[in-house]
Design a binder for this molecule. Structure first.
Ligand code: MG
Length: 272
């Protein structure tokens, strides 16, 4: 893979159709986004392997989401997302372990997820339980020859940095999403790369504007039209030595999504 090879994050329920779409849009890589463990539900493993060979699209990451998550506003995210909700934690860890095994069958090198809002108090029982859950996922990923990436945004960079050090697993890293830092109001993403840059193993190219009221999320924007500043983001990724894929994420659907993706791709091609 070329340094900063462009990619697209795309649903994994029918990964064959997704790989064909990624290829038709001209991307060499993709992340497959897998909700609730629903991966490859209508095809065989061999059919997916054939599609990977035929399209030559490199799957860089299997990105996990969980049923019951909602990103409606910040209190809802705190209550529902990732490994933070106690009632769902054990079942979600089991999904992550199972998906690590599925990823191994296709040679996907990275598993990623939003783990939710990590508390900044290390004595909080939730903090300790989430550390143990992430250690378990990392250890299974390690057995399967994979890294595990935490999606950024829901906590400030320093909290994320300390969490990674406390989990203390060599194969734990960051999927850096600069827009999320802005959407959640957790800090300037370029400054965050000073703090966690050496942990970055995946990156989303997404843009957004800051929240305007407490408790609400900011607004996702087409690449280049939000507050990230794509030129400084790409320059900073290069400065911290990141050489992985740069994966466009646009959280709308239909023809407008395709238009924004292609415009974003053209913008990034001029910057990398
Ligand atoms: Mg993202």
């Amino acid at each position: 893979m070329q340094p900063l090879a462009l990619g697209l994050i795309i649903p994994a329920a029918d990964p064959i159709a997704s790989l064909e779409r990624v290829q038709s849009l001209g991307f060499p890589t993709c992340q497959l986004s897998c909700a609730g463990g629903r991966f490859l539900t209508n095809h065989t493993d061999d059919e997916l392997r054939a599609a990977m060979a035929r399209t030559a699209v490199e799957v860089t990451t299997l990105f996990l989401g969980f049923d019951g998550e909602s990103y409606a506003d910040i209190p809802t995210v705190e209550r529902t997302v990732g490994l933070i909700p106690e009632a769902q934690r054990a079942a979600r860890v089991q999904i992550a372990l199972a998906m690590s095994d599925r990823a191994k069958a296709f040679g996907f090198p990275v598993l990623a997820a939003h783990i939710g809002f990590v508390p900044d108090d290390e004595d909080d029982p939730t903090f300790k339980a989430v550390v143990a859950a992430v250690q378990r996922i990392c250890d299974r990923c390690n057995e399967n020859g994979q890294q595990f990436a935490l999606e950024t945004g829901q906590e400030p960079a320093l909290v994320l940095h300390d969490f990674i050090h406390i989990v203390n697993r060599e194969n734990l890293g960051v999927n850096f999403d600069p827009a999320n830092m802005i959407l959640y109001g957790t800090g300037d993403p370029i400054e965050a790369l000073h703090v966690v840059g050496h942990h970055v193993i995946g990156a989303h190219a997404k843009d957004g504007n800051w929240p305007t009221e407490p408790g609400t999320l900011g607004t996702e924007m087409p690449l280049g039209e939000g507050a990230v500043g794509m030129p400084r983001f790409i320059a900073k990724l290069k400065e911290v030595g990141y050489t992985g894929a740069l994966t466009i994420e646009r959280e709308i659907e239909g023809e407008a999504q395709t238009k924004d993706i292609l415009r974003g791709k053209a913008l990034l091609e001029g910057l990398i």
